[in-house]
Design a protein around this ligand. Structure first.
Ligand code: OGA
Ligand code: MN
Length: 212
């Protein structure tokens, strides 16, 4: 499948204007279901691991901050290859329109079991930054708002809620990694997603028109 070109333009405008975009039905349900099956199979066969916090050298598990279980995508299956190709298209669109110099995308499956959450955080810190743009794709069919597990995006000083996102299948949330603090509220049912990051070479990491 391909991303809708008109929706890509809207996403680019919104990213410049406010730093985030919530994109419903961005990715086809059939691809999302295939990815969900892989995630559930990884869970059943013990191939997920508890997510950590902090950079690689000081990585640690902290149950009070985040409780999801993850598995990095490697492109080892046709569904992963298709998903990663779609994200490469997105990367090209971001680079063409915003001169972001993104050169790489990394992504992991995440499973939040009942009661799991991820407290407010930034995906990247100014200065150390090479994560520039964050993406989250949701894989949950028939997700009801009362199941919880919303993604909440805040403004830069964490005082104002920008939006509260229901993690429904096919939805892709895109936001600037250094500027948008966000959290995952406790979920009442298992909640599946793919979180990913476009990275830049830190020496060239500039957005032409940063959102404020
Ligand atoms: C993350 C993250 C959000 C989500 O993995 O860094 O913020 O909605 N995930 O799963
Ligand atoms: Mn995050």
């Amino acid at each position: 499948m391909k991303l809708d070109p008109i929706a890509i333009e809207t996403m680019l405008d919104q990213l410049v204007e406010k730093g985030w975009y919530e994109w419903p039905s961005a990715i086809s349900e059939s691809l999302c279901l295939a990815l969900l099956n892989e995630l559930l199979e990884a869970e059943e066969t013990g191939r997920l691991k508890k997510a950590g916090i902090g950079r690689s050298d000081e990585r640690q598990i902290n149950n009070n901050i985040r409780r999801d279980q993850i598995r990095w995508l490697t492109g080892e299956t046709p569904s992963q290859i298709e998903f990663l190709a779609i994200m490469t298209n997105l990367q090209q669109a971001l680079n063409r329109a915003l001169f972001m110099g993104l050169f790489e995308y990394e992504a992991h499956y995440a499973l939040y079991k009942t009661g799991d959450f991820y407290k407010t955080h930034l995906d990247s810190f100014k200065g150390q930054a090479n994560r520039m743009v964050s993406t989250v794709l949701y894989l949950n069919p028939d997700w009801d708002a009362k199941n919880g597990g919303e993604l909440v995006l805040y403004n830069e000083n964490e005082e104002i809620i920008q939006t509260t996102v229901t993690p429904s299948i096919g939805k892709l949330v895109v936001f600037l990694s250094e500027q948008i603090p966000h959290e995952v509220l406790p979920t009442k049912l298992p909640r599946a997603s793919i979180a990913g990051w476009f990275r830049c070479n830190s020496s060239t990491g500039q957005i032409a028109n940063p959102a404020k």
